[in-house]
Design a protein around this ligand. Structure first.
Ligand code: CP3
Length: 344
């Protein structure tokens, strides 16, 4: 039994007495207690792959910030690794795949991963976290959308354009689909196992949605996201497709409950397009670099745009690591107070 189920009620479209709030990337470098723990370890992967430590870091923002949800501390790149492509997390630079996907033989070598065998450490982290949370708040599980995972597997690292990955969609669409099918199968089994391990809600991150033309988005991303949502009928699913403003009308048909919005979108425009869905978002992460009074004003203006119900307050993307945690607290407190008052 959950003591605070605001997030799940809002996701299911039920009325809530205030708007639930959490932050993408809330577990991480904004918190001094995260940096202290991380500094004692060999690196990011040790933290991700040690269930007790991952659980500790998952719960830090619940204690320090009083958010309405915990999100399991992991990364979307554990999925390509489970399929056979090892990643490195390069200090101050980000992810790097020493080997990338180039040929049909490379795709053939990728396995459809077994969740317990290849991602057991994430499932164990969920179980440990679930026990330690003791029902305080819901636990969010997640995975990357197949297109975003393909983008890293082909490109090998972050990129502004992901032009190697996008080139593949033109030069060898069949090979792209072959890889996307394998990623989708792995992701479905993995997310179902996350739910069994205790995840109360699933978020699918399509971080690189916005670099595709709309027709490619429909063909290479959205249909696979639809398959994932359909495979998770018993849990609310949030789809966050960053930059995919043109896809909102099509998202109405997705078998998911919540659509995440980045900060470029106006929820007043999106609401009528997605009918009864809940919306999540979407304060500009940079707004947290203002004064506390500016953070308050920006947060209230955001809440007014979404309206009181069917909203999960969040940023429009992950919180930036150099954000002052005190301003994050102002954001969270403002959501709680102002959204209560909005209900009169
Ligand atoms: O939200 C949370 O608090 C849970 C943790 C979480 C991480 N990564 C931890 C992390 C989540 C949900 C992710 C998802 C993720 N990872 C995404 C999708 C969300 C998004 O941002 O669009 C993507 C694209 C990745 C890939 C990734 N991982 C990148 C590009 C980077 C480098 C950039 C950075 O922030 O350093 C990472 C590393 C990473 N993942 C860190 C954390 C806390 C930083 C590693 C460190 O501690 O130094």
């Amino acid at each position: 039994m959950l003591k605070n189920d605001l997030l799940l009620r809002a996701a299911r479209g039920e009325e809530t007495e205030r708007t639930p709030v959490w932050l993408m990337r809330q577990a991480g470098r904004i918190l001094p207690q995260y940096r202290a723990l991380r500094g004692r370890l060999s690196g990011f992967k040790e933290l991700v792959e040690t269930p007790e430590l991952a659980a500790e870091v998952t719960i830090q923002p619940v204690d320090a910030l009083d958010v309405d949800a915990a999100i399991i501390f992991s990364d979307i790149l554990v999925v390509p690794e489970a399929m056979g492509l090892t990643y490195e997390m390069v200090e101050a630079k980000g992810p790097l795949f020493p080997e990338t996907i180039k040929t049909a033989a490379d795709v053939a070598r990728m396995r459809i991963a077994d969740p317990e065998e290849h991602l057991g450490y994430v499932l164990e982290a969920l179980r440990v976290t679930k026990r330690a949370l003791n029902g305080r708040v819901p636990l969010i599980g997640f995975a990357g959308a197949p297109w975003t995972i393909l983008a890293y597997m082909v490109e090998g690292h972050g990129s502004k354009t992901f032009s190697k990955a996008r080139r593949l969609l033109y030069q060898n669409p069949e090979l792209a689909h072959e890889l996307l099918r394998k990623i989708t199968a792995t992701t479905i089994a993995y997310l179902q196992a996350q739910v069994t391990a205790g995840a109360n809600l699933i978020q699918v991150f399509d971080s690189w949605a916005g670099i595709l033309p709309p027709a490619h988005y429909a063909e290479f991303s959205q249909r696979y996201i639809a398959e994932i949502c359909a495979a998770l009928p018993n849990v609310p699913v949030t789809v966050f497709a960053k930059g995919a403003f043109w896809a909102m009308e099509d998202f109405a048909a997705l078998p998911c409950r919540t659509i995440g919005l980045d900060w470029n979108q106006d929820p007043r425009t999106v609401r009528p397009l997605v009918a009864d869905k809940t919306l999540q978002g979407n304060l500009d992460p940079c707004a947290l670099f203002g004064t506390p009074a500016q953070v308050q004003a920006a947060t209230k203006a955001m809440l007014d745009r979404f309206g009181p119900q069917r909203h999960i307050a969040n940023l429009g993307h992950g919180v930036y690591p150099d954000t002052d945690p005190d301003n994050v607290k102002v954001f969270i407190e403002t959501v709680k107070e102002y959204s209560t008052r909005m209900r009169g």
